[in-house]
Write a protein of this length. Structure first.
Length: 76
């Protein structure tokens, strides 16, 4: 027997606005999806799809400013 309920929960966690590929999600160090970091310039139905590299870069910068602390830089 396979426990698919736990797997379904994980799939839902990584499918905040549906199941499509490719999509890019940003997670914190605990693995929580950051729902506020998405392609603000893209299709609202597919918020985590990036067709333009500059839009992805905007989200990456937001993720760095939100999720990376100064102490994390010191570890590098």
């Amino acid at each position: 027997m396979v426990n698919v309920k736990e797997q379904d929960v994980e799939e839902e966690k990584f499918s905040p606005d549906g199941v499509y590929v490719p999509r890019i999600l940003f997670l914190d160090k605990s693995g929580n999806v950051q729902l506020d970091i998405y392609n603000k310039n893209g299709n609202p139905e597919y918020k985590y799809f990036y067709h333009n590299m500059s839009h992805l870069l905007e989200s990456m910068k937001k993720a760095i400013s939100k999720l990376v602390t100064f102490s994390a830089y010191e570890e590098l």
